[in-house]
Design a protein around this ligand. Structure first.
Ligand SMILES: NC(=O)c1ccc[n+]([C@@H]2O[C@H](COP(=O)([O-])OP(=O)(O)OC[C@H]3O[C@@H](n4cnc5c(N)ncnc54)[C@H](OP(=O)(O)O)[C@@H]3O)[C@@H](O)[C@H]2O)c1
Length: 204
């Protein structure tokens, strides 16, 4: 059985998007700089077939490729699905489980990479684990991460820290409720334009 992992880029002050994020303003006001490291290197990394490759540093490419090779399924919340325009049908992790209250019928069709889950995060993780087999399930939104952490279902947290302060927007850790959740740091890579952090969630 693989791990349940998390991966997102976060500003140094803890945001994954600025205020007023929308399908027309993907990373919110002032949030575009979060992804500078995706486009400022000389090494191409393909996240998903049918989508232009990222251009990152060699150090970041090594980390991204290792992560991609382990992804057996991904989980996102409905806001990211809508804001990303369903990645044009090429999600960066497949099958892609989308947690939502309302199923978008246009994506319920033969060959769709999306599976819509309306009965909560625990159900999404259970289904994604079944689909992933020995590979990892990757959670990629702030809202879903926090629900999964509260339920004790996350094994590993990967955060790419971008050198930017956004000072508002979508916070990665504002709804955890009562802590603490103990972590063990398992990796730090200081790459050009980004610091890659990895933590294991300690379970007792
Ligand atoms: N920095 C990065 O690396 C990065 C990467 C990707 C995206 N982003 C940005 O990060 C932000 C993510 O936003 P977010 O984390 O607030 O939202 P999200 O997780 O993408 O979506 C939240 C939505 O998912 C649905 N949902 C969540 N839990 C549910 C449950 N238990 N049952 C049923 N439905 C549930 C609800 O939508 P409904 O009620 O409408 O169904 C909820 O409003 C976006 O701005 C995105 O553009 C950043």
């Amino acid at each position: 059985m693989g791990k349940v992992t998390f991966n997102m880029t976060m500003s140094l002050d803890g945001f994954v998007a600025g205020p007023n994020d929308s399908p027309e303003n993907g990373l919110g006001d002032g949030g575009e700089g979060l992804f500078n490291w995706y486009f400022s290197g000389d090494t191409e990394v393909t996240m998903s077939e049918g989508v232009p490759p990222l251009k990152v540093s060699k150090q970041s490419a090594e980390i991204l490729r290792a992560g991609i090779s382990m992804i057996g399924a991904g989980i996102w919340g409905r806001r990211t699905f809508d804001i990303a325009h369903a990645w044009g049908g090429h999600p960066p992790g497949s099958p892609a489980f989308i947690v939502t209250h309302h199923i978008p019928q246009e994506w319920v069709k033969e060959g769709s990479p999306f599976i819509f889950v309306t009965d909560g995060v625990e159900s999404a993780i259970r289904q994604a684990k079944e689909a992933a087999g020995d590979k990892d399930v990757m959670i990629c939104t702030a809202n879903i991460l926090q629900q999964a952490l509260k339920a004790g279902l996350v094994d590993e947290i990967n955060i790419d820290v971008a050198p930017i302060l956004i000072s508002g927007g979508v916070s990665l850790f504002d709804r955890l409720g009562r802590g603490p959740i103990e972590l063990e740091r398992t990796r730090v890579v200081d790459a050009p334009g980004v610091t890659h952090l990895q933590y294991r969630v300690v379970k007792r």
